[in-house]
Design a protein around this ligand. Structure first.
Ligand code: KG4
Ligand code: ZN
Length: 325
């Protein structure tokens, strides 16, 4: 069963064809990163305009790469939220137009649930229950997954998301945009020698990353940073220390079988290594290209939604503040 996935929630225009929720037949991504880098962050109006320009060619490329025609598809999965309203609208309207013209069923996918399903796009055996750490530009959530489509929110960030903290701290250090890869690269040339605060929020699975970012800002403002690389390494260490410790504690506390990691920050090598090294439980992390925004994860999630009979009508709409649980 082949599903076309469409993803336009933020600044990547993406389309992919996935078979049976696990096998990637194509995975096309048109990134707007160079355009937004000029502004130091995402400009929503620019993002939606770029999506309208890119979406049709990206879908055509995904269909061609997978060597499929409309009649080979079982359905279309499209991200409905959370994300930027104007960006989401482009993907959802194109998906509905294709569904109508080609008489294909359509299912709306939660972007965060999509991130979790990137873990199915590898030869993994996934056992429930699992604890999912979703760390992206907009979210840092710990979620208990009891089965397909069955989630309990354990904790979330109370202020900045992990990726947001990476992006803001990179800006503070003058390392450019997007901040996650910039910090990781700079950190590779330094050592985590600067003590930065960690918000443990003991007894909860919540996170807080605004304190570490502010501490870094104070040091920069006071001219107390002699090495940007050391500052980047120290920041990265502080964030990852908290993410790893709290994720493992949640997994042990809920006696789950596995830890599933996803979202753009999961592309970070130190986070991946630390989780695998420290966890007594199996840890699954998608390949870096499947951690950041893509449509293969949306198609994978869509397959499991179709299998569960979750088909949406053409009244399907965007929900910019959509929650997972
Ligand atoms: O999942 P994603 O592509 O988009 C959202 O749904 O937000 O995540 C983007 C976030 C950005 O904040 C970016 O800086 C961060 O993921 N990121 C990283 C790395 N690659 C991307 N953070 C840390 N280390 C990385 N290597
Ligand atoms: Zn994302």
């Amino acid at each position: 069963m082949k599903v076309l996935g469409i993803e336009t929630s933020c600044d990547e225009t993406a389309a992919a064809v996935v078979e049976d929720g696990v096998k990637i037949l194509s995975n096309q991504i048109a990134s707007q990163v160079d355009i937004h880098a000029r502004y130091g962050g995402i400009v929503p109006e620019v993002a939606s305009r770029q999506h309208t320009l890119a979406i049709i060619p990206v879908i055509q490329q995904a269909m061609a790469e997978a060597n499929v025609t409309w009649s080979d598809l079982a359905g279309i999965a499209v991200t409905t939220g959370p994300g930027l309203a104007g960006s989401l609208l482009v993907g959802v309207n194109v998906a509905k137009a294709i569904a109508l013209a080609q008489r294909l069923p359509i299912t709306g996918v939660n972007h965060l649930e999509g991130h979790i399903y990137a873990n199915w796009l590898a030869p993994n055996t996934i056992d429930f229950p699992a604890v999912c750490l979703i760390v992206s530009g907009g979210h840092s959530d710990l979620v208990l997954m009891r089965g397909h489509g069955d989630y309990v929110l354990l904790g979330r960030t109370r202020d900045d998301a992990a990726g947001e903290a990476f992006d803001k701290s990179a800006r503070i250090l003058g390392l450019g945009y997007p901040g996650g890869p910039a910090i990781e690269q700079a950190a590779g040339k330094g050592s985590a020698s600067i003590q930065l605060p960690r918000a443990w929020l003991k007894g909860t699975s919540d996170f807080s990353f605004s304190g570490v970012k502010t501490a870094l800002l104070r040091l920069v403002e006071g001219n107390k940073i002699s090495s940007e690389a050391d500052a980047a390494a120290s920041f990265q260490e502080a964030v990852i220390d908290v993410l790893v410790t709290k994720t493992i504690a949640a997994a042990e506390g809920h006696r789950v079988k596995q830890i599933l990691v996803s979202g753009g920050v999961a592309a970070n090598n130190l986070l991946r290594q630390r989780l695998v090294q420290n966890s007594p439980l199996p840890v699954l992390v998608p390949a870096p290209l499947l951690c950041t925004d893509n449509a293969a994860m949306i198609a994978a999630c869509g397959y499991f939604r179709f299998k569960a009979g979750k088909v949406d009508g053409l009244e399907l709409d965007v929900v910019p503040g959509l929650k997972l649980a």
